[in-house]
Design a protein. Sequence first.
Length: 575
Amino acid sequence: MRPYLLPFLVAVTCVALETAAEIIQPTFMSYVVDKGVLLADVPTILHYGAIMLAIALAGAAAAVARNYFSTYAAQHAGRDLRSSLYSHIQTLSQENIDQFHTASLVTRLTNDVNVATRFINSLGRISFKMPLTVIGALALLIYQMPAMAPVVVVVILLTVVIIVLMTVLSRPRYARLQKSLDRLNGVAQEYLQSVRVVKAFAAEKREDARFTEASENYAMSGIEAMHISATFIPLINLTANAGILALLYFSQAQDPGQIGHLMAAVNYMTQLIMSLGLFGNVLSEGMRALTSSERIAEVLTQSPAQQTAANPVSLKDTSTQQTAAGLSLTFKDVGFTYAGSSEPALSHVSFNIEAGTTLGIIGPTGSGKTTLINLVPRFYDATYGTVLLNGCDVTQLDPHELRASIAVVNQSALLFSGTIEDNLRWGDEDATLAELTEACGIACATSFIEQLPEGYKALLGQGGVNLSGGQKQRLCLARALLKDPGLLILDDCTSALDSATEHKVLEGLRQLAHRQTTLLISQRIATMRYADAILVLENGQVRGFGTHDSLLKDCATYRAIYASQMGREEPGHEC
Ligand code: ADP
Ligand code: MG
């Protein structure tokens, strides 16, 4: 809020002016009645009437200004909050993000920030009206009818009790409301990301039911939270009306010549209670905003699960003894267990590959291949053991440089909305057209790109929906190649290509092999022939390391995979 303090203070000043204008009106009205109407004095009526009109106009102008300035301050503060929250999320590690769940982060970025923004706006627009009105109206009421002070005090005390009760009761309900919104977004997001799977399993009904349940849950939490204000705000009104009745009752003794005073007093009582009611509303909104701001703070105060070395080592300093291009990679007794999981995903993994070579990694699904490669760019950090690039512990390297020198092509080919060229330029912003075409050539993407009417300028939908799986994989590969990485990680990224295209792609990569170190992950034995050495994983453990021939001889797991893929089943082994 600090940068927008000025407009906020202007808004609050306008609120003060507006409130003053409202508060003074009944007093002038009492003059109109007592000095004008009761005495049939038309010039006096006109005189005070004109003053009242001028005050009303000034009040209206102040009201417009406070809305303007308060909205300005609130929306800008909201924008800044959203941006800093988003920037902070970018610094978090995969582990942090897993912990919050994506849907909840989306809710926090949008709905929670909106709730906080709305509250700031209410604060600027109305909340300061309350103390001003209460003090002003109270003073003028007592000035008009001093005998009524006890009635007014009782009414105010009652109202305060109601407001406090309302606040205390609504707080946990708002926390539940935001949680159920998280869940609603989670269900929707999961469905939207996997429409095809849902359709393929004809599971729309089940998804519908899941969404309906989450939606119902959200509605119920909303109703539960609203019940509180729905019950308590009319109670405040009831108290107000009872107070006015009491005022009228006790005013029987009033001098009939002072009827204007009584009218003004009733008016002040109404103003007073209305502003208390309004305050109740803002307070209940504040309770919701408090819940939301706690949820925002939870993310903002989350420090990245990964520590960066105080004096990070540069990869450039480690490569002096290297002869070949690319990075050497060593795993030293590495183990990893996902947070919240009881089984380790990797145990005691050790191997070493030289710069400029290609390591094939094979193993059944769930054997830990993806987990293993995620440890190199530090998407996660090893639970024990060390991962070394060019002999240097990855946790000691400058994280930006580390990730800049590694390109990962994931199992799920992830593209962004924009043109094909935009997507490729993620790899290298300044790549020339020749470089783009070269990378696409190696990835066997040129042929299909050139068939598109707009070529490289063809627009992709969100996630590249308008491309086939194989086309997406080829674009992702080209994007990675443009990065010209020291270590290229291909995580099962040729799975959607036909064998002929896969062969062409891998053959092309082999031509480049001297330029970088490559990790080639696949479940297919056939793919492993492009590797210099092969690591066999099963249940997170290394079962073998060597060439195709040596593994066939020494590694039972490899033999079993080989047998199953060559059409000869080996009994008792599931792959
Ligand atoms: P692969 O790539 O060989 O198919 P993964 O490395 O993806 O295997 O998974 C290895 C094991 O770790 C599996 O048992 C899987 O269920 C588990 N796993 C993978 N990702 C996560 C995660 N984010 N949280 C918890 N467990 C996970
Ligand atoms: Mg995998």
